[in-house]
Design a protein around this ligand. Structure first.
Ligand SMILES: C[S@@+](CC[C@H](N)C(=O)[O-])C[C@H]1O[C@@H](n2cnc3c(N)ncnc32)[C@H](O)[C@@H]1O
Length: 324
């Protein structure tokens, strides 16, 4: 099953996500790529654990979804999100039996190590979400990233580090085969929490329960409003932690409005959202977040509706109501 962030509860519960297999171990795979690992690994276990897979790539998500479905693995949930957002928001404290990371992106260039997943904050977050005795399992071909991950785990102060052999299924993933063809070997480590620093769940980002909670504004536009050009608009709130960039404005072919395209960044979560500006019967206009693409209504997305509204005010609009 494919879930969006808004389909999850914050935090969620294994019994809700896997109603037919609630008591089974719960495993998270980060960056599952084309999904080869889980069917191969699950076959080696007496009972298939509940599986949660997180990926950034939508193409990979679809490939993996097909693969898991064809393998008959129905106690599996896949989602397209940054791993740390999913872990922090969705996974309850002390809930996972394992977090598996096979061949994470190595970010090999100098100055790019901040992009690596396996850094101190990840280990502290993982330690807080694993059960006692749970483990993070890392397999990588990349010598330098492997040493970096071991150092970061030790520096986190919450993980015991053990090196050993990878599970055979980790050597059959797409990237494992790629590196094997190049004659490269794989390193493996297992990280077990020794301590538990509380890492709280973050803000709740639920889907709106009803239409009235969709961020919107009602305004009147000047008779002369007919934009022919648009300059990019950027707004930032360091306190609230969002950046909104209005990238462009498009006119609807039905000539009853426009759509603004906004890029919204909040920590690890980036969303592209559309905000409609649509004529109403009484001559006013409704500025409203479009449902297209299933946006998650975060403070930054609300701010994007505000940014469009304020841009329209700059063009002479008079706001009658603000609902964002
Ligand atoms: C080098 S590939 C390895 C894929 C797969 N594990 C394999 O062994 O074939 C790394 C994968 O991690 C995903 N990824 C990178 N950063 C991520 C993050 N923060 N959260 C989730 N997935 C991530 C990438 O999209 C990519 O598919």
């Amino acid at each position: 099953m494919i879930f969006r962030l808004g389909d999850f509860h914050v935090p969620d519960d294994a019994a809700r996500l896997y109603p037919h297999t609630p008591g089974r171990p719960w495993v998270l795979e980060v960056g599952f790529g084309d999904g080869r690992f889980w069917p191969a690994y699950a076959r080696t276990l007496p009972e298939v654990p509940n599986y949660l897979g997180v990926e950034l790539s939508g193409v990979s998500l679809l490939k993996a979804h097909r693969r898991l479905r064809d393998a008959g693995l129905d106690n599996a949930v896949l989602t397209k999100l940054p791993a740390d957002v999913l872990i922090r928001e969705v996974i309850p404290h002390g809930a996972l039996d394992a977090i598996i990371v096979n061949f994470p992106d190595p970010w090999p260039k100098a100055g790019h190590t901040d992009h690596r997943l396996l850094r101190v904050p990840f280990f502290q977050l993982a330690a807080s979400r694993l059960k006692p005795g749970g483990r993070v399992l890392l397999t990588t071909d990349h010598d330098e990233y492997f040493e970096f991950a071991l150092e970061q785990a030790r520096a986190s102060g919450v993980m015991d580090v053990q090196t050993g052999d990878p599970p055979p299924a980790a050597l059959e993933t797409k990237y494992a085969l790629k590196w094997r063809d190049l004659g490269l070997g794989a390193h493996h480590a297992s990280f077990t929490p020794t301590a538990h620093r509380p890492v709280p769940h973050g803000d709740v980002y639920p889907y709106p329960e009803d239409e009235s909670t969709v961020p919107h504004a009602v305004l009147t536009l000047p008779q002369t409003f007919a934009p022919t050009a648009f300059e990019k608009v950027t707004q930032r709130s360091p306190q609230a932690g969002w950046t909104v960039i209005l990238l462009d404005l498009y006119q609807g072919l039905r000539r009853d409005g426009w759509v603004a395209l906004a890029h919204v960044v909040e920590g690890d979560l980036t969303q592209e959202v559309l905000i409609g500006i649509t004529a109403r019967e009484d001559g006013s206009y409704l500025v409203r977040l479009a449902k297209f693409g299933g946006p998650i209504i975060t403070p930054g997305v609300k701010a994007a509706v505000g940014t469009v509204t304020e841009w329209l005010e700059g063009q002479g609009a008079v706001v009658r109501h603000r609902g964002y």
